[in-house]
Write a protein that binds this ligand. Structure first.
Ligand code: PGA
Length: 255
């Protein structure tokens, strides 16, 4: 049997702090007509000010994700947004632990983990990001770093069905320097093996592990063929028509 049979591919588009209402409309106008629902789950993550507009503009079957959420329900946390507020808007998904949050906004493993825990308790689905920096890869610390980040998150997860793990090597994000299919596969397998040993074999087989970092229409096919690559988190290319090509690599060609 196809070892990927349990796992529906997942493609997320992380718009980061880019775009305008007009640009978002263009992105959604490209996505809405695409018939991908039987083959791949898709989410777009616009800046928070556009979440409501995105939610109202997408067709059923296109998910909208926030790029961040805090670890409290409400209160004096200027500038933050809670999972409960996102749910109130109808937003079901959130990206947490993105390397830009970890690096620029100094989010620790513990803070990321507590955000994951709170979002899951609020019935949100989480795209949890992990990944090593260039110097960590060069000093052969990739496994140590990725597992440390994963372990912190895992402590807070009761129900893995609401979690997608995004492996995003920091050196590949926004650099045009994509991981080779083998490099991605190697780390995805390390993550899956860890889940099998520390959580359960079933959860390891069912949990989607997606790759992020300079994914484009030209490299997505080869990456998607890897046994443990279950989709992508796409930054720059999610702003362009290339995003459709990336989704299409999971749709059988006769469609
Ligand atoms: P990129 O970003 O595709 O522009 O490299 C990926 C990400 O940050 O999720």
């Amino acid at each position: 049997m196809d070892p990927k049979h349990n796992r529906k591919p997942f493609v997320g588009g992380n718009l980061k702090m880019n775009g305008s209402r007009a640009m978002l409309k263009e992105i959604i106008d490209r996505l809405n007509p695409l018939k991908f629902d039987d083959y791949v789950e898709v989410a777009i993550a616009p800046p928070s000010i556009f979440l409501d507009l995105a939610h109202r503009s997408v067709r059923k079957g296109v998910n909208v994700a926030a790029q961040n959420a805090f670890n409290c329900t409400k209160g004096a946390y200027t500038g933050e947004v809670s999972p409960e507020q996102l749910k109130d808007l109808g937003i079901d998904w959130v990206i947490l632990g993105h390397s830009e949050r970890r690096e620029i906004f100094k989010e620790s493993d513990e803070l990321v983990a507590s955000k994951v825990g709170h979002a899951l308790k609020s019935n949100m689905k989480v795209i949890a990001c992990i990944g090593e920096k260039l110097e960590e890869r060069e000093s052969e610390k990739t496994e140590e770093v990725v597992i440390r980040q994963l372990q912190a998150i895992a402590v807070k997860v009761d129900d893995w069905k609401n979690v997608v793990i995004a492996y995003e090597p920091v050196w590949a994000i926004g650099t045009g320097k994509v991981a080779t299919p083998q490099q991605a596969q190697d780390v995805h397998l390390i993550i899956r093996d860890w889940l099998a040993k520390n959580i359960s074999e079933k959860i390891a087989q069912d949990t989607r592990i997606i790759y992020g970092g300079s994914v484009k229409g030209t490299n997505s096919q080869e990456l998607a063929k890897q046994l443990d690559v279950d989709g992508f988190l796409v930054g720059g290319a999610s702003l362009t028509e290339d995003f459709i090509k990336i989704i299409e690599c999971f749709i059988p060609s006769e469609n």
